[in-house]
Design a protein around this ligand. Structure first.
Ligand code: WT7
Length: 649
């Protein structure tokens, strides 16, 4: 890594930045040496109803893990995103919404957003929803998605957004887990001219739950205009509900540690976990990182091309930019529809200054040479961002040259659903860049690298990435299962939060993320648990055993490689393979659909019956020459069979 290229801070970035490198270094030192003073000061970037006097109270000690920030302060997140901007910004655009189909668009000002949030909040209160109630949001990327989040925040309801690509069963299990009273959905979603019947899916999900169904009402946005089955007494049209509601709604005063939202994410074991974020610390983190990482300044047009179904959408489409009074682009569609020029055309159309997207999208465009950027004027861009997976240097350079025309710094932001916002990231006016490195920690973040025994490593090293102390934006618990929170994040290495990621640190103290070291896959920036896919597979009638591993994939980063053993009497066939793929798509989501399915009479196991995934990973990666020690295998011939019939040659 010593010969890597260095991209110094550009003059243009330096000319407009909040922070130079010296200021970053000085502030960073203060943030970790005097966290109380540092965060007492920066917490004041929000408007508080009751100012806090306490700042930090946390412990990572197993058995006593707790994280509290600003815990005697009260505030309202929607007030911070809306009301406080109105005097100056009522007519400023909050969202330029760009529909799936070019030419379909809508601008929403801060006043309009405020009005609609208040109306929906009042409408929800009229349905009996209030502080502490859970609301599941299952919506496409339309302005009502932001409205729904903020309306929940306004009345103190806790939202749980479920990505619109998830199946009825995935939706249903998330509804039950958090005991949602209300679902907000739309008739259909539209992405790349393909529709998803969200309301039908909701009906199916609730139908399957039977007596366990906690949902009293379903609010339906008429978006595509499709007919829906109306369940009298339960379903209500969004537009009907809002019609009678006043455009003012008192924001509910919330304690800083009252929950703001739950967001389900996959881990290495079991079903998805409800990651719980609270109000004060999360909002401080969302707004502060949005300001400094994207060097956001009034007048900028900012576009985070993520989906509100993921944490990136929560923090960097809704809460961060709105807390800062920003103007954002919100895009309903996909980068490749109607063709690969779409992203560039949107940048051109709205004169976007900051573009934040994922390596998988960049690689999809890069696959078409320069076609994706031809004919569009991209000179409005001054900053680019990347998130979701390590960005390979090839994609970094293409992004830098073709999209940024060599002029725009790239902020490669490392973070997780659990962290609430960016933790390791360049700051455009302070950090010299190295392609492929997320560089240095944000304020208050203390990363470290440990070996497999949990020993802290010094200087340049490679190992497991941990975080040594809490930061305001971090998750507080796994909803309903604090023990799982402790076990998942704090039991691997004593007194440390384990990220699940591998990382290197170089001679400049820069961090290089190397990918997950646990059984979590990152497919096109989507996080999937192998255990989750495996349990779906073995629920299929033809399958006796299944093991799922990732393998390097040019476009997706990682592809999904499935090894399955059929039940006795089942003959594998192409049709059956197709049916298995279809099964996973339907039971979980198209994003979990296997890329390669290899049938095998058996899977490699230790004598104690544990599937040896290490070996399967090697075979899937076509690295079977270096299988390592297989002496503990119960039956080595299984491996020969697998290698002979491997699919990724
Ligand atoms: C995992 C978290 C961050 C919001 C979207 C994903 C990987 C994320 C980077 C990056 C290398 C990255 C990690 C992390 N990841 N950003 N810039 N460089 N890896 O959130 O679904 O919770 O996934 O995504 O492996 O643990 P998520």
């Amino acid at each position: 890594m010593s010969h890597q290229q260095l991209y110094p801070v550009t003059q243009a970035a330096l000319a407009r930045t909040y922070l130079t490198n010296e200021q970053y270094l000085q502030m960073y030192q203060q943030s970790i040496k005097e966290p109380e003073q540092f965060w007492a000061e920066h917490g004041r970037r929000l408007d508080w109803i009751t100012p806090y006097t306490k700042v930090k109270d946390s412990s990572f000690e197993l058995g006593n893990v707790h994280v509290n920030w600003f815990s005697d302060g009260t505030l309202n997140a929607s007030y911070n995103c809306l009301d406080r901007h109105l005097p100056a910004k009522a007519n400023q655009v909050a969202y330029f919404w760009e529909g799936d189909e070019p030419g379909v668009q809508k601008a929403v000002t801060y006043q309009e957003l405020y009005d609609e949030v208040c109306q929906l909040a009042n409408g929800m209160r009229s349905l009996g929803v209030g502080k502490g109630d859970k609301v599941t949001i299952y919506l496409p990327m339309i302005p009502q998605a932001a409205v729904a989040l903020l309306a929940c925040a306004r009345i103190g309801a806790v939202h749980s957004v479920v990505f619109a690509g998830f199946s009825p069963d995935a939706l249903g299990s998330r509804i039950v887990d958090c005991d949602s009273k209300l679902v907000i959905t739309a008739d259909q979603a539209l992405r790349g001219a393909r529709t998803t019947a969200l309301k039908d899916n909701t009906d199916l999900a609730l139908g399957h739950l039977g007596a366990a169904n906690p949902v009293k009402h379903v609010i339906v946005v008429k978006h595509v205009g499709q007919n829906i089955d109306e369940h009298a007494g339960r379903d209500v049209w969004y537009h009907d509900l809002l019609a009678a509601q006043p455009k003012h709604c008192e924001p509910e005063p919330m304690n800083a540690e009252d929950p703001l939202f739950i967001l389900y994410t996959s881990g290495s074991t079991g079903k998805p976990k409800g990651v719980l974020h609270t109000t004060g610390g999360y909002m401080v983190w969302a707004s502060m990182t949005h300001q400094y990482v994207f060097d956001y300044q009034d007048g900028d047009v900012y576009w985070c091309a993520a989906d509100v179904g993921w944490v990136t959408g929560h923090t960097y489409i809704v809460y961060g930019p709105l807390a800062n009074g920003a103007t954002s682009v919100m895009f309903e569609g996909v980068p490749t529809y109607p063709n690969v020029k779409r992203i560039a055309q949107i940048v051109d159309k709205y004169q976007v200054n900051v573009l934040y997207t994922a390596p998988t999208a960049i690689r999809a465009l890069m696959a078409h040479g320069t076609a994706a950027v031809e004919g569009a004027n991209l000179s409005s861009l001054h900053l680019l961002g990347s998130v979701g997976e390590p960005i390979n240097p090839e994609a970094w350079h293409w992004y830098h040259e073709q999209v940024g025309k060599g002029q725009c710094p790239i902020v490669d932001t490392w973070w997780q659903t659990e962290t609430g916002g960016a933790l390791i990231t360049p700051l455009p006016g302070a950090t010299a860049l190295k392609p492929g490195s997320a560089t240095r920690p944000f304020f208050g973040v203390i990363p470290a690298i440990v070996d497999n025994e949990g020993n802290l490593l010094d200087g340049t090293c490679e190992g497991n990435l941990v975080l040594l102390d809490s930061w305001p934006g971090m998750m507080r618990t796994v909803f309903g299962d604090h023990d799982r929170f402790e076990q998942t994040y704090f039991s691997t290495y004593k007194g440390m939060y384990f990220t699940g990621d591998g990382a290197k640190r170089d001679e400049d103290g820069y961090y290089w993320l190397t990918g997950r070291v646990d059984d979590v896959l990152n497919v096109s920036g989507h996080r999937l648990g192998t255990a989750e896919i495996e349990s779906c597979l073995v629920a299929h009638e033809a399958i006796a055993e299944a093991a799922v591993v990732g393998y390097p994939h040019d476009l997706k980063g990682q592809g999904i490689y499935v090894f399955i053993a059929p039940r006795v009497g089942v003959e594998p066939s192409d049709d059956l393979t197709k049916a298995v793929k279809e099964w996973v798509r339907r039971e979980i989501s198209p994003i979990a659909s296997p890329d390669l399915i290899q049938w095998a009479p058996g899977l490699p196991k230790t004598r104690s019956g544990k599937i040896m995934r290490r070996i399967l990973r090697k075979i899937a990666a076509n690295e079977h020459d270096s299988l390592g020690d297989i002496s503990t295998l119960a039956d080595p011939s299984v491996v020969e069979h697998l290698i002979e019939n491997r699919l990724n040659k």
